[in-house]
Structure formats: structure tokens, C-alpha cells
Ligand binder design. Structure first.
Ligand SMILES: *Cc1c(COP(=O)(O)O)cnc(C)c1O
Length: 223
């Protein structure tokens, strides 16, 4: 693990945050990565995150990166650092309520659908703009939208991956000039995984979510 982490930290520019995606891997492996200096870890399931969190150091920043069901928000609201997978107003509303209950503001990203596969969650550009211009969103005090997240199509066609990441960056730039014109905190574009983080960084990523390159292949299937 040490060599892979060092290699990644050398490759990734300093303005891009490395999120170690630890899903399916046990707490001991997370501790090993933590001891190498990593602080940001991504999990895609609430059950797994809440099982590991109490076993590990308190200064770990936990990123929820997978589809989040409304009824599970309450379990992570006390400690989650960032939720990358906001894909509806209803979910955001629940995050806002649970954040308020915990007297905190939870940082979130809107997950935008950019792939040509229909298995991936997310809002399309219109849905995202509708959410952002809703009265309900304007009244939420306990969430902060820090940026966007997207996943490219799983394909060997590099040009397609470039196009999809480019479209997310362009949408981010548009929102930065409109809905978030006076919001300095709107800074993050979470895009890039083990197979495509090079492309994502070229296209303007500020956060890469990398599992396999750090922890090796996962042993059981993930949705
Ligand atoms: C699993 C996962 C990743 C990391 O995938 P790797 O290919 O192992 O790097 C990144 N983002 C999301 C949303 C994931 O579910």
C-alpha cells in the first residue's frame, strides 16, 4: 500500500484532494492508510461507514460517496464530513434536518449524471438547476453545497470520458457564475476513480475518489 499511496501523492497535484475509497476493506487497512498520512476516506454504504467509524481515529474525514437513502441519513449526520451523492431535493431536505438536529452544517455535493449508462444515480443539469432555484433550497440553513460530483461511463473510449468530465466542469463553471456567484465555498468537482483519475485531473477535478489503486481489488461485489 505504501508505494501506491506515495506514487499517487506524487502524481496528483497539490490542489487535488485524494479520497481513499475504503469500501469493502476492513478497519485495519484504513488504519494502515491513515498511518501513511491519508485522512480522507470514502465509503458508499451507510452500514459500513458507521461500523468502521468508531474503530478509527477521530480526525478521519468520512466522505459518503454512494447512493444515500433518506431513512439512513440520521446514522451518519453526527460525524460525516461530506456527502458527495445528493441526488434529490428530498434527500437534501433530510440532510438539512438531521444536520440541524446535530447542530451542524453538513457539506454536500450535487451528484450530476454525466455518463451514458443508465445504472448511475444523479441529477441531470436541468434537475440540478431546478433544485438550486427552489424556495425550499433557499431556506436550508444546515447544508452547504460545496460543488458537484460525477462518474464517467466505464469505457475504454478515452475521448468519451474526456467529454463527460468536460461537461461536468462546464456545468460547474456555469453554476459558479449564476446560483453560486457570491459563494466562495463553491469550489469542488469530485470526479475521477482508479481507472480515469488522470483524465479527470486534466479536465479540472479537485477531488479524486480512488479505491483499487490504494487497497487492491475488492473481494465482493458492490452495487
Ligand atoms: C467504488 C467507488 C470509487 C472508487 O473506485 P475504484 O475504481 O476502486 O477507484 C469511486 N467513486 C465511487 C462513487 C465509488 O462507488
Amino acid at each position: 500500500m505504501k508505494d501506491q499511496v506515495e506514487k499517487l501523492l506524487n502524481e496528483i497535484p497539490p490542489y487535488v484532494k485524494l479520497i481513499a475509497v475504503s469500501k469493502t476493506h476492513p478497519a485495519e487497512e484504513i488504519r494502515e492508510a491513515y498511518n501513511l498520512g491519508l485522512l480522507d476516506f470514502g465509503e458508499n454504504k451507510v452500514q459500513e461507514m458507521i461500523a468502521k467509524q468508531p474503530l478509527l481515529p477521530n480526525d478521519i474525514k468520512w466522505h459518503l460517496i454512494g447512493h444515500l437513502q433518506t431513512n439512513k441519513v440520521k446514522f451518519i449526520a453526527p460525524f460525516v464530513y461530506m456527502i458527495h451523492s445528493i441526488d434529490s431535493l428530498k434527500l437534501l431536505h433530510e440532510v438539512n434536518q438531521q444536520a440541524a438536529r446535530n447542530s451542524r452544517v453538513i457539506d454536500c455535493l450535487l451528484q450530476i449524471y454525466i455518463a451514458s449508462e443508465d445504472t448511475k444515480f444523479g441529477l441531470d443539469f436541468n434537475e440540478a438547476e431546478e433544485l438550486l432555484s427552489s424556495k425550499e433550497f433557499a431556506e436550508m440553513q444546515n447544508i452547504r453545497i460545496k460543488g458537484l460530483m460525477g462518474m464517467a461511463t466505464f469505457t475504454d473510449d478515452k475521448q468519451q470520458v474526456h467529454r463527460e468530465f468536460k461537461s461536468l466542469k462546464a456545468f460547474f463553471d456555469k453554476l459558479k457564475q449564476t446560483s453560486f456567484a457570491d459563494k466562495d465555498y463553491f469550489t469542488e468537482i469530485s470526479m475521477g476513480m482508479s481507472s480515469d483519475y488522470f483524465i479527470a485531473i486534466e479536465e479540472g477535478s479537485t477531488m479524486v475518489r480512488i479505491g483499487t489503486v490504494i487497497f487492491g481489488k475488492r473481494n465482493y461485489p458492490q452495487q
